[in-house]
Write a new protein. Structure first.
Ligand code: ZN
Length: 499
C-alpha cells in the first residue's frame, strides 16, 4: 500500500500539473461543434442540400447526416444557409488589421480570409507585416506584393518616369524576396501616380518573377474608361509574355462615355480564355467607385480648366462626386463637389484646382451603369471582391458580400445562391491556389458562414458606410466562432496564409 502510494503520487501530481499548465489541451481535443439541419451550399456551384456538419480541431470533420455526441456543442441551423467563409481577394485592410484585429466589419459580412496588397500598394517587407499580425487577427490574412511599393523602395520619390534596367533588376530582387515570404503574386495600380509611368516591359520583367514562384499578376489597369480595352490588352500581354495567370481587379466601365461597352470587354476576355489563357476578374457590387480625386483627369493636367471640365462631365457632373476625405479641410468631407462649390460661390473646376493643390482628396464617384455591373457580375469568371476594408469610407468595405446575397441573388435574381457562394469562396480560393479552404468538404479548414437567406442584406450606405449588415448569424474561422448573433466574439483564430 505504502509502495503503491509512493509510485502513483508522482504520476497523479504530474497529470494535475499538466492539466493546470495546459487546461485547453484536453478540452480542445474532444470538443466539437455540430451544426444541424442546415441548408448546405458547398461552394462548387452544386445545388444546396440539407445536412449537418461537425467542426473539430479547426477542421470540417464530417458532413452529412450526423448523430450528436456528448462532446458536441450543438447549433440548430434550421432555415439557415451554411457556406464556406468568404475570401476577399482585393482588400485594403493593411493598416486596419493592425489597429483592429477583430475586424468587425469584415466578419460581419462573412469574410473569413482577407487578401491585402492590391492596386500596387502593399506592406513591405511582407514578412514583417505578417509577424505583427500573427495570432492577433480574427480573419486569415494573405498578401500580394505591390508594384508601386517596389517602385517606392527602389526609385524613392522619383517615379514619374520609366525605371532603368538597374532599377528593374533591384525591384526583381525585392519581389523575389516577397514571393519567398509568401506573397500570392504581383499587384499593380497603373492608374495611380507611382505606377502610371511604368512601361509594359517593366511590368513583364517583374511579372516573370511572380511566375517563377507560381504567383499571379493582379492589376488595377491603367484605364477603366475610354482606354479600358487597350488597358485590358496590355494586361493580357503582360500575362502572356511573363507566362502567368491574370486577375483584372474591380472590372468596370468607369464613366458615361463607355457605358454599354462591357460587352466588348467581355468578348475580349472570352476570346482570350477560349484561346487557353488563364484570365479572371473580380468586381464590387456598386455603381460608384472610390479613388483619389486626380483620376478624374487622366491627362494629369490638374490645372487645365478644359481638362477638368471634361473630367467632371465624363462622370455626369460635380454632383456625382462625393468628397470622402480631404485632410486640408475636413469640412468638405461627405459632401458633393457641387454642394461645396455652390456654398463657396466658386465653380466646381476652381474647387478641383484648390483641392488638388491642397493635397488631393478621396472621392466616391457615382458614374457607373447597373447594366454593365450586371453584365460583368453574371460572367462565370468574375468573382466577388470588396476593394474595401476596415474603416473604408465606401459602403463596399462593410456591405459587399451581404449585398450580393441580398440584392443580386434574392432581389434581382441575377444568379442563384450556389453561384454567388462559388464566386465568394471556391473561385477566389482556386485563383489564389488555396487548397485547404474555399469549400465545404471533409478535411478542409472550418472557415464557415451561417446566414439567413431570407433576410441577409447590406445596410452600409454612402452617408453611413460603417453600418453592419443583417442576416449573418455566425462566422467561423479555423473552427472558432468570431461572429455570433450580430456581434464579434473577440476571438482571434486567423492564420497567416502564404502561397
Ligand atoms: Zn483599385
Amino acid at each position: 500500500m505504502k509502495n503503491m502510494f509512493r509510485s502513483t503520487l508522482p504520476l497523479a501530481l504530474f497529470v494535475a500539473l499538466y492539466i493546470l499548465a495546459f487546461p485547453s489541451v484536453d478540452l480542445a481535443q474532444n470538443r466539437s461543434i455540430l451544426i444541424r439541419n442546415a441548408s448546405i451550399v458547398e461552394g462548387t456551384g452544386a445545388p444546396v442540400f440539407a445536412g449537418d456538419l461537425r467542426i473539430k480541431n479547426s477542421k470540417i470533420a464530417k458532413v452529412g447526416k450526423i448523430k450528436p455526441s456528448s462532446n458536441d456543442e450543438v447549433i440548430d441551423a434550421t432555415g439557415l444557409v451554411l457556406a464556406p467563409g468568404f475570401i476577399d481577394i482585393h482588400n485594403h485592410s493593411e493598416s486596419g488589421l493592425l489597429r483592429e484585429g477583430t475586424a468587425a466589419n469584415q466578419v460581419s459580412q462573412g469574410i473569413t480570409t482577407v487578401i491585402v496588397g492590391p492596386d500596387g500598394g502593399s506592406p513591405f517587407p511582407i514578412e514583417d507585416y505578417f509577424a505583427k499580425l500573427d495570432g492577433k487577427v480574427a480573419v486569415n490574412v494573405g498578401a500580394f506584393i505591390g508594384h508601386a511599393t517596389l517602385r517606392e523602395q527602389v526609385m524613392k520619390g522619383d517615379y514619374v518616369r520609366k525605371a532603368t534596367d538597374a532599377e528593374i533588376a533591384e525591384m526583381q530582387k525585392l519581389l523575389e524576396q516577397s514571393m519567398k515570404e509568401g506573397a500570392f503574386g504581383l499587384s499593380s495600380g497603373l492608374e495611380y501616380d507611382v505606377g502610371f509611368s511604368a512601361s509594359t516591359e517593366e511590368l513583364i520583367a517583374l511579372a516573370r518573377i511572380s511566375a517563377k514562384h507560381k504567383g499571379i499578376y493582379m492589376t488595377h489597369m491603367r484605364d477603366e474608361e475610354e482606354g479600358m480595352l487597350d488597358a485590358l490588352r496590355e494586361a493580357i500581354r503582360i500575362g502572356r509574355e511573363a507566362k502567368l495567370p491574370v486577375q483584372i481587379s474591380h472590372i468596370k466601365m468607369g464613366n458615361r462615355n463607355v457605358w454599354g461597352e462591357s460587352a466588348n470587354a467581355i468578348a475580349l476576355i472570352e476570346e482570350t480564355r477560349n484561346a487557353g489563357f488563364d484570365i479572371t476578374a473580380d468586381a464590387y457590387p456598386y455603381t460608384a467607385w472610390a479613388s483619389t480625386i486626380t483620376v478624374l483627369v487622366p491627362s494629369r493636367k490638374h490645372e487645365d480648366r478644359d481638362e477638368i471640365e471634361k473630367g467632371l462631365n465624363n462622370v455626369g457632373g460635380a454632383d456625382k462626386v462625393l468628397i470622402t476625405s480631404h485632410a486640408a479641410n475636413r469640412a468638405y468631407e461627405m459632401r458633393t463637389m457641387s454642394d461645396i462649390a455652390a456654398s463657396k460661390n466658386i465653380s466646381p473646376v476652381d474647387l478641383y484646382i484648390e483641392i488638388v493643390k491642397n493635397g488631393g482628396a478621396g472621392v466616391v464617384c457615382n458614374s457607373m451603369n447597373e447594366d454593365d455591373v450586371k453584365a460583368f457580375y453574371t460572367q462565370p469568371w468574375v468573382m466577388v471582391s470588396s476593394d474595401g476594408g476596415i474603416g473604408s469610407r465606401h459602403p463596399r468595405g462593410t456591405g459587399t458580400f451581404t449585398r450580393v446575397l441580398g440584392k443580386f441573388v434574392r432581389e434581382n435574381k441575377w444568379f442563384g445562391l450556389e453561384e454567388a457562394v462559388r464566386k465568394m469562396s471556391a473561385m477566389p480560393a482556386a485563383r489564389l491556389g488555396l487548397k485547404d479552404r474555399g469549400l465545404i468538404k471533409k478535411g478542409l479548414k472550418a472557415d464557415l458562414v451561417l446566414f439567413d437567406p431570407a433576410t441577409v442584406i447590406d445596410r452600409a450606405t454612402f452617408a453611413e458606410p460603417q453600418v453592419f449588415s443583417i442576416g449573418m448569424k455566425a462566422v467561423f474561422v479555423n473552427g472558432v466562432n468570431v461572429w455570433d448573433g450580430g456581434k464579434i466574439t473577440g476571438q482571434l483564430p486567423g492564420k497567416i496564409l502564404r502561397r
